[in-house]
Design a protein around this ligand. Sequence first.
Ligand SMILES: Nc1ncnc2c1ncn2[C@@H]1O[C@H](COP(=O)(O)OP(=O)(O)OP(=O)(O)O)[C@@H](O)[C@H]1O
Ligand SMILES: [Mg+2]
Length: 323
Amino acid sequence: MRIAVAGSIATDHLMTFPGRFADQLIPDQLHTVSLSFLVDALDIRRGGVAANICYGMGCLGQNPILVGAVGDDFADYRSWLDRHGVDTSSVYVSQLHHTARFLCTTDEDHNQIASFYTGAMSEAREIELQPIVDRVGDLDLVLIGADDPEGMLRHTEECRTRGIPFAADPSQQLARMNDVCELIDGAAYLFTNEYEKSLCEQKTGWSDEEVLERVGVRVTTLGPKGVRIDRTGEPSLHVDAAPEVRKVEPTGVGDAFRAGFLTAISWELSLERAAQMGNLLAAHALEVAGPQEYTLHRQQFVDRFAGAYGREAADEIAGHVLN
Ligand SMILES: Nc1ncnc2c1ncn2[C@@H]1O[C@H](COP(=O)(O)OP(=O)(O)OP(=O)(O)O)[C@@H](O)[C@H]1O
Ligand SMILES: [Mg+2]
């Protein structure tokens, strides 16, 4: 199966300030604020939902096609993704803007001052899927994740008109978008967490059942409670989260879930196996700080899968994971 993943590509620049912002802000001088915080740590982490999902799929041996817009500062990030099996040839490089960047300084009270620079991401609306099909052949699935809202609508529309199956994964962009019906109607898969599921119903005005009638498979992640999978006319399927997870930092867990899930789908395994693969890859992301900081040891993955979901289930994935 050939899967393309569209969505944001960004880096996070995370700094820590060894003091308290509150001590630096002088209440009667706020009209002329000019502050510079001497920070003593800088962590640069690769992120963006599409890049995170592709990274996870690449670690599992897939060659997903990354679809998104970046700046000409993308070279290092590109080679990292290339090394992990991601097809970055269709990434759109802006002539004008830098790659999207999240800049955040945290003080010792855990207060934060942050900015998000959208940059090149706003040019995702310029990307057409047809040239990608011309390059690689027919796409079996396009995941449309959080991105430039115009771009998300365009990709969805293009999938619908060209008859390309798509997975809707609007996540963070649900809050600010109003055309949510257009994003999810006709999706082969709809991914949300529980909060986003309610937001979807609120923004579309469709009930739980109505949403389900308009998508093939609805996948609702439940944090530590795992995941629920619904299909019209079928009983709900609940799959527990992976046990014994050493929680470090949650950024990117949802994306890693999607990577594991989609990989199992591309191997034509059952939805239950897909959910289990998703849960276990999510556990890997939760156990490190940053969305792409985990390394996947394939044999360990299979062994841990057996411990979590049984030997028989593990035997079904082993041939694929270890090949
Ligand atoms: N505490 C936990 N223990 C084990 N697994 C977890 C835990 N929290 C999350 N997971 C796994 O991660 C998956 C996705 O989690 P969640 O529902 O929190 O996604 P999310 O809200 O989209 O996260 P984010 O947007 O921050 O990446 C869950 O379905 C589960 O498999
Ligand atoms: Mg999420």
